[in-house]
Design a protein around this ligand. Structure first.
Ligand code: AMP
Length: 293
C-alpha cells in the first residue's frame, strides 16, 4: 500500500513510496504488466515546468513515475539546501492531478545510508558551465539520477532543456554506463513575460523579479543577432554581456556559447549550438539558454 494523504476530504490515490526496495518492487510489477515507465525526477516545489515534463511522459508512456528528492549531494556548502522551498502536500496534489501513478519520495538516509561512498562523476563535461561555478554539483546530480534510475527502471526519462548542461552530463552518463533509458529533453516553460520558471524564482523580491528578465532579454538580443547573420561567438557574447551589464543588481556567472553535447566553447555558432547564461539576481542564481536552430 502507498500512503494516501488528505486532500480536502478526498484521498490522494497516487502511490507514495519511501524506500528504494519497495520502489524497485512496484516498478518491477509495472514493467512485468507491460507498462513502459516514463520518469520525471524533481526536487519538488513544483511548477508548470515540472508538470510539462509529466504531461510529455503521460503522452508517450504507459505509466508515469515521478520523484521528489532535494538532493544534498548536488548542493555545495553555503548554497540554498536548507532554504530550498518544500511544498510536499501541494506537490502531491499536482502530480496526482496530472495522472502520476507512483511518487518516489525518499528521505536522505534512504538514498544515502551511512557509509555510502560511491559516486558518479562525468569527467570533463561535469566540470563545465554550472559544473565550473558549482564544484561537485554534477557529480551530485549524476549520482542521484543513477540511483533513481536503478530504483525506477524507466524506459524514458524526461528532463527540462532549461538545465541544458545537466542534460549533456546525463546523456553522457547514460551512454557511458549503458543505462537502458532514453532521455527526452523538454522545452523551457516560461512565465508570460519570458522568465523561465524555476523553483528558485520564489526567492526573488518583486524588484528582483523585474531585474531577472534581463537574462531572457540578453539571450533574445543574441538570438536576433544570430538571425541577422552574426555567428562569431566572441561578438555574440559581447552583445549579451552589454545587455546583462545594463541591469543593476545582476552579477553574471557565465555567458557561454558552447557545443550542446560537450559543453566546450565553439568559435562560431551553428545549428545545435547552446547559448547559456547563469547570473545572480541579488542572492538568487538563475539560468536560461537557447539552442541555435
Ligand atoms: P528541479 O526540481 O529544479 O530539479 O527540476 C526537475 C526537472 O524539471 C529538471 O529536468 C528541470 O530541467 C525541469 N525544469 C525545471 N524548470 C523547468 C522549466 N521552466 N521548463 C522546463 N523544465 C523545467
Amino acid at each position: 500500500m502507498g500512503h494516501p494523504i488528505g486532500n480536502g476530504g478526498r484521498e490522494i490515490l497516487m502511490r507514495i513510496v519511501k524506500s528504494v526496495r519497495e520502489m524497485q518492487a512496484v516498478c518491477g510489477e509495472l514493467r512485468a504488466s507491460g507498462s513502459g515507465i516514463g520518469f520525471v525526477a524533481t526536487m519538488g516545489a513544483l511548477h508548470e515546468g515540472h508538470l510539462s515534463l509529466v504531461r510529455s511522459a503521460r503522452a508517450e508512456c504507459g505509466v508515469v513515475v515521478a520523484s521528489i528528492f532535494v538532493n544534498p549531494l548536488q548542493f555545495a556548502p553555503g548554497e540554498d539546501l536548507a532554504t530550498y522551498p518544500r511544498t510536499f502536500v501541494e506537490d502531491c496534489r499536482k502530480l496526482e492531478a496530472e495522472g502520476v501513478a507512483v511518487l518516489f519520495a525518499p528521505e536522505v538516509a534512504e538514498m544515502y545510508p551511512a557509509g555510502a561512498v560511491t559516486t558518479v562523476t562525468v569527467a570533463g563535461i561535469g566540470d563545465r558551465l554550472d559544473g565550473a561555478s558549482r564544484p561537485g554539483h554534477f557529480t551530485g546530480v549524476a549520482t542521484v539520477v543513477a540511483k533513481l534510475f536503478h530504483a525506477v527502471g524507466p524506459c524514458r526519462a524526461y528532463f527540462g532543456l532549461k538545465d541544458a548542461a545537466q542534460i549533456a552530463v546525463l546523456r553522457r552518463m547514460v551512454r557511458d554506463l549503458n543505462f537502458e533509458v532514453e532521455l527526452v529533453g523538454c522545452a523551457i516553460v516560461r512565465d508570460a513575460d519570458g522568465l523561465a520558471l524555476s523553483s528558485r524564482n520564489q526567492y526573488l523580491s518583486a524588484e528582483e523579479r523585474g531585474r531577472a528578465l534581463v537574462l531572457r532579454r540578453a539571450l533574445l538580443a543574441m538570438e536576433r543577432r544570430i538571425a541577422g547573420g552574426l555567428l562569431e561567438s566572441g561578438a555574440l557574447i559581447e552583445v549579451g554581456m552589454a545587455v546583462l551589464q545594463g541591469e543593476a543588481g545582476v552579477r553574471v556567472d557565465y555567458l557561454a556559447v558552447v557545443d550542446a553535447d560537450t559543453l566546450l566553447p565553439v568559435s562560431s555558432v551553428r545549428t545545435g549550438t547552446l547559448v547559456a547564461v547563469a547570473a545572480f539576481v541579488g542572492k538568487t542564481r538563475l539560468i536560461d539558454n537557447f539552442l541555435v536552430g
